[in-house]
Design a protein around this ligand. Structure first.
Ligand SMILES: *Cc1c(COP(=O)(O)O)cnc(C)c1O
Length: 405
């Protein structure tokens, strides 16, 4: 990156990711949607070189519209480079393979993975049912408990550690800086799913992460209209591995979705700022309500990792809020959700509109009740993804829901 661009502030970098300098003729200010599956080169020699150098030979290897998104996200995360995928799950798959590829090798060799116990449901199943089924030993631990992480790492050193800095739905916070140090001390690599904090709150590579993963379906895209995933690598070797697995496995992102997500990234800072301000107001208001037993939000002083979150997230606390109803049963939760009008009961997060989810019937549907209780996910738990609406309207809608309980 040119030095003058390195000095730009975070929000400016998100808006301006086009190549530097004046073009020779008139060119679009925005990277067009290139739908070509293949590319012509000026000569056979040039084509030969293009095969060696990588990208623009065939669209599974690279596409300029997708490349623009990859540059934008790599810049936002402060990484060496990025590779986009057709979904967050495809991105996680490739990131795990790359993190488990030893230096000097081009093949994954994973014997053991240490994951956060409250990883996104499909991620947990990717570890258990996919990698586990191939003989990889999968251990889980509570990543918000640093002593437990250290114990697990030393008891049986893994090849890689996988965590989410803000867990879902209980919004526990992991001390990424300390975990990166401990992970490297046992020779493992750290993979961080940064979907929920977004690079606005946290840039894990600055804290020692080797690979950062996004479900771009969520905050990066931000408008509920595109599915995608991105892996950002801190260094060239794991980046090369991610790229090579992307070419082989072929779960690439298409140019239309890439363009939608790139547009989302340009307003990421504004949206997340507003979502954080709104979420703080909603969390504080929920605490004052007699129908609410407990509120989970890293910005509340009584949150168990409030201090860690303050250190990691630079004074922002995220757009997700969870709470327990006093009346902790399904009928009450359903009455609450059915009375909402503005807050949508849809299974996603990070959109411009506010969303509610009931983990017992959605994300944790397949978890047996005893295990759910052990994780602290009760029948009264509801999770909100706060949008960019005017906060008074979100609160009025939630009030109607609580009154219906
Ligand atoms: C949604 C999500 C994923 C999966 O992403 P998809 O785009 O749905 O494949 C992974 N991790 C987290 C934290 C998510 O919220």
């Amino acid at each position: 990156m040119p030095p003058e661009r390195k000095r730009w502030h975070f929000g400016t970098k998100l808006v301006h990711t086009r190549p530097l300098g004046r073009p020779s003729g008139a060119t679009p200010t925005v990277t067009p949607i290139y739908t070509s599956s293949t590319y012509l080169h000026p000569s056979s020699d040039a084509m030969d070189r293009a095969f060696d150098e990588g990208d623009l030979v065939y669209s599974r290897f690279g596409n300029p519209t997708v490349g623009a998104l990859e540059t934008a996200v790599a810049t936002a995360e402060g990484g060496r480079g990025a590779v986009a995928f057709g979904s967050g799950m495809a991105a996680l798959h490739a990131a795990i393979l790359a993190a488990g590829t030893p230096r000097g090798s081009t093949q994954p060799s994973i014997k053991r993975i240490l994951g956060a116990q409250d990883l996104y449901g499909a991620t947990r199943r990717l570890l258990d049912e996919f990698f586990g089924a191939q003989g990889v030993v999968i251990d889980f631990c509570d990543m918000s408990d640093l002593a437990a992480v250290e114990r697990s790492l030393h008891a049986a050193p893994p090849d890689l550690v996988l965590l989410e800095p803000i867990s879902n739905p209980l919004l526990k916070v992991a001390d990424v800086t300390a975990i990166a140090e401990h992970t490297h001390a046992v020779g493992a690599r750290l993979v961080v799913d940064n979907t929920i904090p977004t690079p606005v709150l946290l840039r894990p590579i600055e804290h020692g992460a080797d690979l950062v993963v996004h479900s771009a379906t969520k905050y990066l895209g931000g408008h509920g209209d595109a599915l995608g995933g991105v892996v950002v690598a801190a260094r060239q070797l794991p980046l090369d591995a991610v790229k090579s697995y992307s070419k082989l496995l072929g779960a690439v992102l298409g140019p239309f979705d890439a363009r939608l997500i790139s547009r989302g990234v340009q307003t990421l800072l504004l949206r997340v700022r507003q979502q954080c301000t709104n979420a703080q107001q909603v969390a504080t208001w929920l605490q004052s309500r007699p129908e609410v037993a407990r509120v989970y939000y890293p910005g509340l002083p009584d949150h168990p990792q409030h201090e860690v979150a303050g250190r990691l997230f630079g004074g922002m606390w995220g757009g997700m809020v969870a709470f327990d109803l006093v009346e902790a049963n399904r009928a009450a939760a359903h009455r609450f959700m059915d009375a909402l009008d503005l807050v949508l009961p849809a299974t996603t997060l990070g959109d411009v509109f506010s969303l509610v989810s009931y983990p017992v019937v959605s994300s944790h549907r397949d978890v047996v009740p005893a295990e759910r209780e052990r994780q602290g996910i009760g029948d009264g738990l509801l999770r909100l993804s706060i949008g960019i609406e005017e906060p008074e309207d979100i609160i009025a809608d939630l009030e109607a829901g609580l009154l219906a309980v």
